[in-house]
Design a protein around this ligand. Structure first.
Ligand code: ADP
Ligand code: MG
Length: 360
């Protein structure tokens, strides 16, 4: 049989391209939350409050007290590749913000209905803007597509409603709002441990009792006690800020809190890894740490580990994946060696002052 002739090649429209990208960046409510709270942190907020309906599927609202957005920037706010954080590729080498791709709000506006209320400290009033598919749209049919003055506090309130309203397949894949809520809480809890200077609140809409609530200017250990359990916080060993292998000039530092050798928490374990303040996954680092702990913990138990690495931005590639959950860095093996050394030193230090033996 003869194969059919080729079909013509066509360019996808901007909207199709953006919608495909959006679905790749925002898999589920917890991805949207991570992007939004990183924006709030980038804006210098000391208070971040998140309210969700149906685990974020029905609505996500995030209120911060950061520097706000200038009215003049609102038309570009949700446009893809529009950012205030970098201007050229080289800027990635000295990046000190979470954001840089200018894709988060664009993506969210392609998969939900977005409303933004914002006020800078120099504004006499706040501004409200509504977005769809990257564009500012009128608040009602016939009205001009422009921000409207409104009463507001300094900072920004972003509301995203009806996640995946235009992607029926994706929408149907979400069976359990409570499962989504759990994932959202997990992300917020981790950022709250890492950013104890910020007051965090997360709750379900319509409830008065928040599920996450931390005071401003708290500290890491107090937030671990608050968000996990006081007994976990008591068991943890502190890893003071340590330069990794200074002789190798890795320009990297590590700090954190980790399980001690006879931790009761060990069964469940926990894993919080921040590299340059970004919550990331690293199978390699996790494997190495888990291997180290097999010498200290009973079989089947996992450690609870919170590590924060600071690596010279010039030595790390954050631009590996649109969700930025994966990063690549130079001297990975030396780096992991260094991290293991630091955790081992913390465990060994604890051992000398305690009366239990280490299985090897
Ligand atoms: P990126 O963070 O990569 O720049 P985003 O789409 O997340 O891209 O945000 C676009 C721009 O909108 C940011 O560069 C920033 O200027 C502004 N912005 C977004 N959220 C906030 C916020 N909560 N407070 C102040 N400015 C914000
Ligand atoms: Mg961002």
């Amino acid at each position: 049989h003869e194969p059919a002739g080729p079909k013509p090649i066509r360019k996808l429209t901007k909207d199709v391209i953006n919608q495909i990208a959006a679905a790749e960046i925002i898999h589920r409510p917890s991805n949207a939350i991570k992007e939004l709270l990183e924006n709030s942190l980038d804006a210098g907020s000391s208070s971040i409050k998140i309210t969700l309906k149906d685990g974020g599927l029905k609505s996500i609202q995030i209120t911060d007290n950061g520097h706000g957005i200038n009215k003049a920037d609102l038309p570009l706010l949700c446009e893809r590749y529009a950012t205030s954080k970098i201007a050229q590729f080289e800027d990635l080498q000295s990046l000190h913000t979470y954001g840089f791709r200018g894709e988060a709000l664009a993506s969210i506006s392609y998969v939900s209905h977005v409303e933004v209320v914002t006020k800078t400290k120099n504004d006499g009033c706040g501004w409200k803007a509504i977005y769809q598919d990257g564009q500012l749209i009128p608040s009602k049919p016939g009205a001009p597509a422009e921000p409207k003055p409104t009463a507001a506090n300094d900072g920004t309130v972003i509301t995203a409603e009806d996640l995946f309203y235009n992607m029926p397949l994706r929408k149907r894949a979400f069976k359990s709002p409570s499962d989504e809520y759990t994932r959202v809480l997990d992300v917020i809890t981790k950022y709250a441990v890492h950013n104890p200077h910020v007051a965090w609140i997360c709750k379900k809409a319509g409830t008065s009792l928040p599920d996450v609530s931390t005071p401003v200017n708290s500290n890491i250990r107090a937030n671990i006690a608050n968000l996990y359990t006081p007994s976990l916080a008591n068991e943890l060993l502190e890893i003071p800020l340590t330069t990794l292998k200074p002789e190798d000039k890795l320009s990297a530092k590590c700090s954190g809190w980790v399980s001690n050798a006879n931790s009761n928490w060990a069964r469940k374990g926990g894993w919080l890894l921040f590299i340059n303040n970004r919550l990331v996954e690293s199978t390699k680092i996790k494997k190495a740490i888990d291997a180290l702990y097999t010498a200290y913990l009973p079989k089947g138990a996992s450690p609870w580990v919170y590590l924060s690495l600071e690596i010279d931005p010039a030595k790390i590639d954050v631009n590996v994946h649109p969700t930025k959950s994966e990063v690549h860095f130079l001297n990975e093996d030396e780096m992991i060696d260094g991290i293991i050394g630091v955790v081992q030193a913390a465990l060994a230090g604890a051992n000398t002052s305690r009366s239990f033996s280490v299985q090897t």
